[in-house]
Ligand binder design. Structure first.
Ligand code: HEC
Length: 111
């Protein structure tokens, strides 16, 4: 009985971490990303001036600090290097609230 309880709670923990973005709306995230013109530099599948969202997703997926790091990246305008070697401040995303930003991050991580 004890072991079963333990297994049950372990699988609940796994389910919870897998669904950290359960409340996020991935389609809405995609729409926000389009509105923000993010695809000007990032292709969905193809690299443009910047890596594709598919690549970025592979880079960040499964990392425990992914959402915090991506949030900082998207809201603070860090210096980035474009494919042609020039540097500029990264675009700050325009969102109405944290939930909208969470949708964008969920979308990126699901590519
Ligand atoms: C002017 C071109 C440009 C636009 C527009 C742009 N980005 Fe970027 N983005 C870059 C470059 C360049 C990098 C850095 C790539 C590198 O260093 O490998 C980057 C990096 C990123 C990263 C990876 C950060 C990391 O630490 O791995 C994410 C996520 C990202 N952009 C999302 C977005 C989103 C979302 C938008 C729209 C709000 C957006 N970008 C708009 C050029 C752009």
């Amino acid at each position: 009985m004890k072991l079963i309880t333990k297994i049950a709670s372990l699988s609940i923990a796994a389910a919870l971490s897998a669904s950290a973005y359960a409340g996020a709306d991935v389609d809405a995230g995609k729409a926000t990303l389009k509105q923000n013109n993010c695809l000007k530099c990032h292709g969905m599948e193809k690299d443009k001036d910047a890596p594709s969202f598919k690549k970025l997703s592979a880079k960040w997926k499964g990392k425990s600090d992914a959402s915090a790091k991506l949030k900082t990246h998207l809201t603070t305008g860090p210096k980035v290097k474009l494919e042609d070697g020039s540097e500029e401040e990264h675009k700050k995303i325009k969102v109405k609230d944290d939930a909208e930003l969470a949708n964008v991050i969920a979308f990126i991580l699901e590519q």
